[in-house]
Design a protein around this ligand. Structure first.
Ligand SMILES: [Zn+2]
Length: 364
């Protein structure tokens, strides 16, 4: 739900917007999209390459072969087990993405990059920050698309709970409290440098409560939950966090679907069904797009005029060029991504009843 601000070039949220902007304005099938999983059948891409090549026209085929050569070179050299490649030599376009979450092998040749699987990963794997804390150690772990992006560790030599001879008990306690307060301040400073993603706080005892109270308001609002678990078992913590994030994501989707119901009942900022949702997407009105998980619509597109129709391939009603066959839902997703909409994939029966696709709008 929370979108991380774009920062480094491989940021998938930046990439998906860039991919959504790409298309071949002459309706040639010149973009190749690959999602790879090296644990799956290694023959898959050879078979698909052969089948696709024979279905393309001469111009498309030349581009296909040279682009596939580049793709294969990349696949041979990358260490990634899962990932994606979006490429077209003729458009001088080559983007790759390493993924840490399993994905199905796919090779798609189309008039634009095929972004639906990536949109779904971005919907299902929210990024979050896990803060593991006790009174003298803190770890800040950024988790993005289900894998650990960054690990920051802070340590402080805080006096033991029990005073050593000499000083009074009161003075000792005061100093110790001050040291912990300063330590937590350092942790907060470090946390401020992280993205605006949700936070899960974990650790034993009362330190995390003290830490929460010490957090500035904008960070407090990002705290999803606190986990009372031994922070030495990092793997278990990460698993627990995934479970929590996943159930939060489902709850958030349910809340959004309820919001959609309300807007529909009051004839407010909502639309549904293929035609209306497509129109809203093209006009940049969509704030949140709801798509039934595996729903596809056979349709066609004229990339030159950016016209999409459900149903069999026809010539473009505006420019007269032969249109290209497409999954019309993919095209709605691309339009929505271009205008920074959030995309929710869901199996909620309400969305199915509305025509499998719907949207909350920014304006009418
Ligand atoms: Zn056209």
């Amino acid at each position: 739900m929370t979108q991380k601000p774009p920062n480094h070039p491989e940021d998938p949220r930046t990439l998906i917007r860039e991919l959504a902007e790409q298309y071949d304005s002459t309706n040639q099938n010149t973009y190749i999209t690959i999602y790879f999983n090296k644990n799956e059948d290694p023959q898959y891409f050879d078979h698909r390459e052969h089948a696709c090549a024979s279905a393309l026209n001469t111009t498309e085929e030349t581009n296909f072969h040279t682009t596939m050569e580049r793709i294969k070179t990349y696949l041979h050299t990358t260490n990634a087990t899962y990932g994606a490649i979006y490429a077209s030599v003729i458009h001088d376009f080559f983007k790759t993405l390493t993924l840490k979450t399993p994905i199905y092998n796919a090779l798609i040749v189309d008039t634009s990059p095929y972004i639906r699987p990536l949109a779904r990963i971005l919907d299902e794997w929210e990024s979050f920050t896990l803060v593991l804390l006790d009174s003298h150690t803190a770890k800040i772990i950024d988790i993005d698309l289900g894998h650990i992006e960054k690990h920051t560790q802070l340590l402080k030599d805080i006096m033991n709970k029990h005073k050593k001879g000499g000083q009074s008990q009161a003075r000792f306690q005061r100093l110790r409290k001050g040291a912990i307060h300063q330590f937590l301040k350092d942790v907060i400073e470090s946390l401020e440098e992280h993205h605006e993603s949700h936070i899960i706080l974990a650790g034993p005892g009362t330190t995390k409560k003290q830490f929460y109270d010490q957090l500035p308001k904008h960070l407090q609002q990002l705290v999803l939950t606190t986990l009372d678990i031994d922070i030495n078992n990092e793997n278990r913590l990460i698993q627990e966090s995934f479970k929590h994030i996943s159930s939060e994501e489902q709850k958030a989707t349910t809340r959004l679907v309820n919001h959609l119901k309300k807007e529909i009942l009051t004839d407010g900022l909502a639309t549904y069904g293929f035609d209306h949702t497509l129109q809203a997407a093209q006009q940049g009105k969509i704030d949140i797009l709801f798509v039934e998980k595996d729903y596809k619509v056979k349709g066609c597109i004229c990339e030159h005029c950016q016209i999409v129709r459900a149903g069999p391939i026809k010539d473009c009603p505006i420019c007269g060029q032969p249109a290209s066959e497409t999954d019309a839902i993919e095209e709605i997703i691309e339009f929505a991504e271009r205008t920074n909409a959030t995309i929710e994939f869901t199996d909620d029966p309400f969305i199915a009843e509305l025509g499998h696709i719907a949207a909350l709008l920014r304006y009418k």
